[in-house]
Design a protein around this ligand. Structure first.
Ligand code: ATP
Ligand code: MG
Length: 383
């Protein structure tokens, strides 16, 4: 920011970084907004590359972190909104998609952001906070408020609805009434969001360290139904299923706080575990082997989900491995345990096994056996 300022540009810290600093929280990452164009930025920084097809922005590598630096953006003109939503953009020279590359003023840039608390700027030139959208007041009142008309802004980009649930859950804020009512009215729009973006945002929902609270918001707003159609209906049928999901998410939050890295395959295995076991049991009754039934259950469910949330093939494959491998915990004789312990998928399968046997208060002897095996293997590895 000082480098941009010294070259005569405006450079503001923007978005979640300002919000989190004002709330005394550790920002996950820093975004910078500036009046310098992407080309100007590229020429000023050595460790910089331009990314983005729709809107060009600069990634600047600074002390091992990527600082996303974007030129102030103008809103998409109303008459082009429909086209914008359909993601069809005019292709410019060099095949670069130009439609969204409309530069604007700092105020326009602030007002095209999603929520007031995400639209604050911090100006290093005079150490002031610039608040075009009323974000400071909402930070104080602990409110997630949409900038502009919620119906319009959610129609423009339905993913904003689950972002509202994430910020409310993570920060312990309320969703402002008109935004909340708009989500309840418009939740089905979520099925029209781009599946690859949904996958990105779904991960953020559950990796934020407050997955349990976020899940409560997804239930309160009923966003869970359009997001995970079959799974959510299955939960509705039985209260104990709901309790399993809640307990699993609480565990995951604890792991995150302890610094343990949970990756997408383990997340999906844990989140949908009970549902996958339920589906597998049905397949087994139809005559499939236990192992095949488990793998098939995962694949049928996650592949079916891809129309809305595009789970990568590798992740689907790894989740089926975790589920299939559960059967190997029953076999404690001969060389089998050693072979399993040395296999690549052991740790994830073990974490799942640990959590599910504790949740159901079952297999406690088996759990002791495998915990011992795992500990002694780790011990050996350290030497
Ligand atoms: P996090 O702590 O999860 O990084 P964040 O607020 O920084 O939260 P990002 O997804 O990193 O969220 O986005 C950075 C900023 O870009 C947001 O603070 C917001 O101002 C803007 N933004 C992101 N997604 C949208 C969207 N879908 N619509 C409008 N503005 C958005
Ligand atoms: Mg961020």
């Amino acid at each position: 920011m000082y480098h941009l300022k010294d070259a005569g540009h405006i450079a503001y810290l923007a978005g979640g970084g300002v919000r989190d600093l004002l709330l005394d929280r550790n920002p996950k990452d820093f975004d910078v907004a500036t009046d310098a164009t992407p080309e100007q930025i590229r020429k000023m920084f050595r460790n910089c590359r331009l990314v983005g097809r729709r809107f060009r922005l600069a990634h600047i590598l600074f002390r091992g972190e990527v600082i996303e630096t974007s030129t102030f953006r103008a809103p998409v003109p109303e008459e082009e909104c429909e086209e914008y939503c359909e993601n069809t953009f005019r292709t410019g020279e060099n095949g670069v998609v130009m439609r969204d590359n409309i530069f604007g003023t700092p105020e326009q840039d602030a007002l095209r952001r999603d929520f007031t608390i995400n639209a604050l700027f911090y100006n290093i030139a005079d150490f002031s906070v610039i608040d075009y959208a009323g974000g400071l007041k909402d930070l104080e009142a602990k409110l997630i408020r949409v900038i502009g008309d919620p119906d319009k802004r959610f129609a423009e980009d339905p993913v904003r609805m689950i972002r509202a649930a994430r910020f409310a859950g993570t920060l312990g804020f309320e969703i402002e009434t008109s935004a909340y009512e708009s989500i309840c009215r418009n939740k089905e729009l979520l099925t029209q969001a781009a599946p690859s973006r949904m996958y990105e945002e779904v991960q953020k929902l559950f990796f934020c360290g407050h997955a349990h609270q976020v899940f409560q918001w997804l239930e309160r707003t009923d966003l869970l139904h359009p997001m995970f159609h079959d799974f959510s209906h299955w939960i509705d049928e039985d209260k104990s299923r709901h309790d399993w999901v809640t307990r699993t998410l609480e565990h995951m939050d604890r792991w995150r706080k302890a610094g343990l890295k949970v990756h997408p395959s383990l997340l999906f295995a844990l989140l949908f575990g009970e549902y996958h076991e339920f589906l597998a049991e049905r397949l087994e009754k139809e005559g499939m082997s236990a192992f095949d039934a488990r793998r098939m259950a995962v694949q049928q469910h996650l592949k079916g989900m891809c129309d809305h949330v595009r789970v990568p093939k590798l992740v689907i494959y790894q989740v089926s491995d975790i589920m299939g491998n559960q059967l190997r915990f029953q076999k404690t004789k001969g060389h089998r345990p050693q072979r399993f312990l040395n296999s690549k998928g052991f740790l994830d399968a073990f974490l799942y096994f640990k959590l599910s046997s504790r949740a159901h208060s079952r297999d406690s002897e088996l759990l002791d056996f495998w915990s011992e095996q795992h500990k002694s293997r780790k011990h050996k590895a350290e030497y």
